[in-house]
Design a protein around this ligand. Structure first.
Ligand code: HPA
Length: 274
């Protein structure tokens, strides 16, 4: 065990990453949500692959649909750092562990981060398989990477401005690639279980268009470190109580896998324009 602060721990992991991949500087990070893993298979030329849990601070993913793999992929002259999975609060990890990948990516040089996820849709107009650009978020996890000891010297103070949590520039760029993409507000929940229909009705009143169990903490950590965030949700199911269907993680994964080719070309288009 180590008692390094989480930022130094991230720096250590990024040094290991540089050594393992032979790529000293990365430009953009891409975090793949549940079922999204195959979306990076053909977005560019894979320079290196590293087992995620080999690097300091990364637990092995326990959630089906996540890959224990970090890839360095060359896309249009940029080095893209791809995380094949992520850690969630509901797995029992600390907030620092959940946002570790983001901090490592920033330490590795990334100035933009694309966070993807699978989400339940609250907008009845959206069908399963619809990608949605996240315009803003509701952090309903009851925690934040800005809780705890103050960030160490040299890092920004904790009171991070979240007025433009999701970069307008990156959202516009994504819409250049696919002008049909709608915007939505993502509610990040602690999860572990899916929501009840009553909770979904409450979240709809709060302004949520999408519900999921990730992303919001990573966005806060990324903004704290001054990098731009693009969030993309894939609607893998109608939220609880909005259709006749019961919810099942297998269906979430199947819906994400079906959308794989579309997500891959969307991501490739965005990365080429960045
Ligand atoms: N709720 C929460 N998280 C999810 C859902 C959902 O309906 N679908 C995919 N991830």
């Amino acid at each position: 065990m180590t008692n390094l602060d989480p930022y130094s721990l991230a720096e250590q992991a990024s040094n290991e990453l540089a050594k393992e991949t032979g790529v000293v500087n990365h430009d953009v990070a891409l975090v793949l949500g549940s079922g999204w893993a195959s979306a990076s298979d053909e977005i560019g030329v894979i320079s290196a692959e590293v087992e995620m849990a080999k690097l300091t601070g990364f637990p092995a993913p326990t959630v089906l649909g996540h890959r224990n793999l970090i890839r360095s992929i060359k896309v249009g002259g940029k080095n893209v750092l791809v995380f094949g999975g992520r850690a969630h609060l509901y797995e029992g990890h600390s907030v620092d562990t959940v946002v570790h990948g983001v901090r490592v990516a920033v330490s590795a040089g990334c100035r933009s981060i694309i966070l993807t996820n699978a989400a339940g849709g609250l907008n009845p107009d959206w069908s399963v398989g619809q990608p949605v650009i996240i315009s803003d978020q509701l952090n309903l996890m009851g925690n934040s990477p800005m809780v705890g000891p103050p960030p160490p010297e040299g890092k920004a103070i904790r009171f991070v401005d979240l007025t433009e949590a999701y970069s307008l520039r990156l959202r516009q760029l994504a819409k250049e690639v696919d002008p049909t993409l709608p915007d939505g507000i993502y509610a990040g929940l602690l999860g572990g279980a899916f929501e009840t229909p009553a909770e979904i009705r409450m979240f709809a009143k709060m302004g949520a268009d999408l519900v999921g169990m990730s992303t919001v903490l990573e966005t806060i950590a990324a903004r704290h470190l001054g990098v731009d965030v693009l969030g993309i949700s894939l609607v893998t199911n109608q939220a609880a109580g909005m259709s006749e269907e019961n919810l099942d993680h297998e269906d979430v994964l199947a819906a994400a896998e079906d959308a794989g080719p579309r997500m891959m070309s969307l991501l490739a288009g965005i990365l080429e324009r960045l």
